[in-house]
Design a protein around this ligand. Structure first.
Ligand SMILES: [Zn+2]
Length: 491
């Protein structure tokens, strides 16, 4: 898997600046018009005033906080460039990560020396740097040169290093999710996915892989129907992290893991179908959160459950019009085989509640195109039956800078799911498609279970770089859910 680049925290050493041969990243407070701090002043002297000329220029004044500009091949230094990053003097986590990301986006094989001095939130800067330096290279025969050594020079490196440790666990969780989402479906089959999760036993998670015979015994007819046309077997993986009080009911995270979605017999158009490798995004996020919790030894009981299936058209595939029976016992008329994610989740949600009686439950799924029409790629759609849990999640997402927007639910939408021959249909038409999908899921949530459904169809994978990620898989949600667990159970 792709691991975050290690970042060393070292004491400010002015004598090392002149002869450093990689890239120098200089953090400058947004109000500054000339070099402040020992490191900046030394760089200014070595470059015969070039740093101060830049800091006094219109170009620097025009930079937004968190953005950067370059002084290339600077006279008086051996360095390739001085990257000047405008940083906030306020303790703003988002701006600190953005500043770090500006460094991470440009990091290359020659390495980076970050001249940070007394910059606030140095650990958050290093976190942003690590997240943005991610690159998915696993499927390239010719790999890019690995990023060189990255060091941050600080007046108090010990404090920053201590604060950076839990963030390194979080970065590794985000990278785990991104790798899973970026992997093609011929590599990341349901079996390979389950194997990667089983390997997390090594970091202290209890992992069970439920195979098709067991799922049939449990009565998961809705989930099993989806995978009938595929050669790769359907599975449910249960990951338990028991860092909280022994015997206390866990919080549950549930993910849709459709490793490839052709649409099934209701097959999708060819254009863009290759992106459906990301239809396991919800399961990817759940897996990344569980990895983070284990790595940082979270003091909470959390169970992660993922339904892993592949939706293919085949002689054995489920047909439009088929009626399946869910584990709950409700029957579902499958009008459109491309609305398969909710069939998978229906059974895993029910199983999670029957077995674990969780204190709350959040599911994630790349569920509907309709949520992209509504919210674009900036926000995940949040649906909930519980204001307290929903607000706690929205607060955690806002604190982590992950866009999330609450969408309405309501009984009136249920009329669209009425079936002539079964208890319900699996689709409710185009209008309000993300909401009727949420209404469908709600039927498999017990009224006493506080629950949120996160529709991440627009946010799991993006076509342009975001602040903290290159284009491709974002890992959206790992940070917000990790924080929710921390805020809810660990304070
Ligand atoms: Zn689908």
């Amino acid at each position: 898997m792709t691991l975050p680049h290690p970042i060393q925290f070292v004491e400010t050493d002015l004598e090392a600046l002149a002869s450093y041969t990689g890239r120098i990243a200089l953090l400058v407070p947004d109000q500054a018009t000339s070099a402040r701090g020992q490191g900046a002043r030394r760089l200014n002297r070595l470059t015969k005033g070039a740093v101060n000329r830049f800091l006094g220029s219109d170009a620097f004044a025009a930079l937004k906080t968190g953005d950067a500009a370059e002084i290339g091949w600077p006279t008086g230094l051996e360095a390739e460039a001085i990257q000047v990053i405008k940083t906030s003097t306020r303790k703003d986590v988002g701006l600190a990560r953005k500043a770090g990301a500006a460094i991470g986006a440009k990091a290359g094989k020659s390495g980076v020396l970050v001249v940070a001095g007394t910059a606030p939130l140095a650990a958050e800067i290093s976190f942003g740097l690590a997240l943005r330096a991610y690159a998915f290279e696993a499927r390239k025969s010719r790999k890019a040169d690995p990023v060189g050594k990255i060091s941050m020079m600080l007046d108090n490196p010990t404090e920053a290093a201590a604060q950076a440790a839990p963030l390194a666990a979080l970065a590794e969780g985000v990278f785990f999710t991104r790798d899973l989402v970026n992997e093609p479906a011929n590599i990341l089959t349901t079996t390979e996915f389950a194997n990667r999760l089983a390997a997390m036993r090594d970091i202290g998670l209890e992992v069970e892989v439920l195979e098709e015979d067991k799922l049939a015994e449990l009565g998961m007819g809705a989930l099993l129907g989806v995978g009938m046309g595929s050669e790769t077997p359907s599975k449910v993986v249960v990951m338990q992290w028991k860092g909280g009080t022994e015997g206390e009911a866990p919080f549950a995270l549930v993910g849709k893991g459709v490793v490839f979605d052709t649409g099934g017999i209701s097959i999708k158009p060819a254009g863009g179908m290759e992106e459906m490798t990301m239809d396991m995004g919800g399961a990817g996020v759940v897996s990344g959160v569980m990895r983070t919790l284990a790595l940082r030894k979270a003091k909470a009981n959390v169970v992660g459950l993922v339904g892993l299936v592949e939706n293919m058209p085949d002689g054995k595939a489920q047909r439009p019009g088929d009626v399946v029976t869910s584990m709950k016992g409700d029957t579902i008329e499958v009008i459109n085989t491309d609305a398969e994610g909710r069939l998978v989740l229906a059974d895993v949600l029910w199983y999670a509640q029957e077995r674990f009686k969780p204190t709350g439950m959040i599911n994630l799924a790349t569920l509907t195109g309709a949520i992209i029409v509504a919210l674009g790629h900036e926000n995940t759609g949040v649906f909930s039956n519980d204001d307290a849990l929903c607000n706690a999640f929205l607060k955690a997402a806002a604190a982590e800078g992950e866009g999330a927007w609450r969408m309405p639910m309501g009984d009136a939408y249920d009329a669209k799911l009425k079936s002539r021959i079964a208890d319900m249909m699996n689709v409710g038409g185009r209008d309000g498609g993300a909401i009727t999908a949420a209404q469908f899921l709600k039927r498999f949530v017990k009224p006493e279970t506080p629950w949120c459904h996160l529709d991440i169809a627009g946010t799991a994978l993006v076509k342009a770089p975001t602040t903290l990620a290159p284009k491709g898989a974002t890992g959206w949600g790992v940070m917000a859910l990790d924080r929710l667990i921390r805020d809810k159970f660990e304070v």
